[in-house]
Write a protein that binds this ligand. Structure first.
Ligand SMILES: Nc1ncnc2c1ncn2[C@@H]1O[C@H](COP(=O)(O)OP(=O)(O)OP(=O)(O)O)[C@@H](O)[C@H]1O
Length: 231
């Protein structure tokens, strides 16, 4: 469904991705791991169209994206939950969710029921400002907003960062539901290894802009694989 082939990405003279290839499939969770600054966010930004590749291909459902803009990719069914959540602090929870309507056709502009089933707190707080929510609630809001766009592929960049354990569990349950019941393809960038091990089907490990390991989640128990993740 999603294929990245031989991706290179630069910030000026600095190269952040070096020949990266990866895939993500429907009803599977693909985890991207690696230490700080190895290029995980850059890869996600290239997939969703926030930063252009210098060379290489991003293909979704058989179509090459080339230089297509982020909103166009959202319309094709890609949703992004960015690192740091980026919710609108002065908009209400409802208004934040409704920003997800942007890529939808007029008669699809509704909030799907499963958003409130997965995250009941959002229903309880619809009239509250986004900035008044806790970090964990904001993360649930960011995921909810992404689901409003009715994605086929959900890209999550470190959704557990700075979040309390009970909400991490809720987020894990939601991600599993989205894979198993909604059949979404999920790409998950994570630093929290146990969360990844519990959820992932396929794992990619990056180091210095390159993919240094690819394999099933069980590989994370191998010492030669783990060494890529230790400081
Ligand atoms: N906008 C930018 N301009 C210049 N360099 C950048 C920019 N964004 C990232 N970089 C650099 O590119 C490299 C990869 O960064 P990236 O954020 O993709 O890594 P990461 O693996 O997601 O790290 P983290 O886990 O800290 O989020 C780093 O060396 C970083 O300093």
């Amino acid at each position: 469904m999603l294929e990245v082939e031989d991706a290179n990405l630069h910030y000026g003279a600095a190269q952040a991705l070096r020949g990266v290839s990866m895939k993500a499939e429907p009803a599977k969770i693909t985890c991207v791991l690696g230490r700080n600054g190895v290029g995980k966010t850059s890869l996600m930004r290239a997939i969703v169209g926030h930063h252009p590749l210098s060379s290489g291909i991003v293909r979704f459902e058989g179509r090459e994206f080339g230089r297509r803009a982020a909103y166009d990719r959202a319309r094709s069914g890609i949703a992004f939950v960015p690192q740091g959540r980026e919710i609108f602090p002065l908009l209400t929870v409802r208004e934040n969710l409704e920003t997800g309507f942007a890529p939808l056709k007029r008669d699809h502009k509704t909030i799907p029921d499963h958003v409130f089933e997965l995250f009941p707190v959002l229903n309880d707080m619809l009239g509250r400002r986004g900035g008044d929510l806790s970090g964990g609630q904001q993360q649930q809001l960011a995921i909810g907003r992404a689901l409003v766009t009715r994605p086929k592929l959900l890209v999550l960049d470190e959704p557990t960062e700075g979040i309390q354990p009970s909400i991490i569990k809720d987020i894990g349950r939601a991600i599993r539901y989205l894979r198993d019941s909604a059949g979404l393809a999920i790409v998950l960038v994570e630093q929290y290894l146990d969360f990844c091990r519990e959820l992932a089907d396929e794992v990619y490990i990056m180091d210095r802009g390159e993919v240094v390991h690819q394999g099933p989640a069980e590989d994370l128990d191998r010492q030669d694989v783990r060494r890529h993740l230790t400081v």
